[in-house]
Each structure stands twice: as structure tokens, then as C-alpha cells.
Design a protein. Structure first.
Length: 100
């Protein structure tokens, strides 16, 4: 419990810096004329990665390595599922660049 509490406290302490980074990335995306949906999806993917890593580390600290591995696998699958629209657009863009 102490590990979870300390981890959450650290996260809450850093929330202002996290907000600043997210705001900066959104501002750059708008200036670069990038669809904000893609930026939001990438930020969600990053969030999933951090949450999955945090949960896996807590589980490992509790001595449950097998469950930690399953949490990491679930995080990777969620990331892959969320990345499909971005990968689709990327592949379509590459195909359009290839001359016929």
C-alpha cells in the first residue's frame, strides 16, 4: 500500500509539469497543422504505457512477477489497438507517395 500511495503522490506532484508538456505538444501540433485526433491518440498511448508500467512495477514489488508480465502484455495489446488508426493513415500516406 505504501508503494501505491507514494507513486500516486509523486504523480500528483508532477501533474503540473505533465499538463505543460501536453499543452506544448498540442500547440506544436496545431502550428504544424496536424490533426489533433492523432496527437490525442499518441498521448493516450503514452498514458497507457506509463500506467501499465506503474502497475507492473507495483505487482513485481508485491512478489507477483507472473501477474506483472500479464499486465505488461495487456498494456502492449491496448497500445497496438489504439495505434491501428495512426498506422493505417501512415501506410496510406506511404502508398500515395509511391509512383504508379
Amino acid at each position: 500500500m505504501l508503494t501505491v500511495f507514494v507513486g500516486c503522490a509523486i504523480f500528483l506532484f508532477l501533474i503540473d509539469q505533465i499538463y505543460a508538456v501536453i499543452h506544448m505538444l498540442e500547440k506544436i501540433a496545431v502550428n504544424a497543422n496536424i490533426n489533433i485526433v492523432y496527437v490525442e491518440t499518441i498521448l493516450k498511448i503514452i498514458g497507457i504505457a506509463y500506467i501499465a508500467e506503474f502497475a507492473a512495477q507495483i505487482t513485481k514489488d508485491a512478489g507477483q512477477g507472473a501477474i506483472a508480465s500479464k499486465i505488461e502484455l495487456a498494456g502492449k495489446i491496448l497500445i497496438l489497438a489504439m495505434a491501428i488508426p495512426i498506422l493505417t493513415v501512415l501506410i496510406e500516406t506511404i502508398i500515395q507517395l509511391i509512383p504508379n
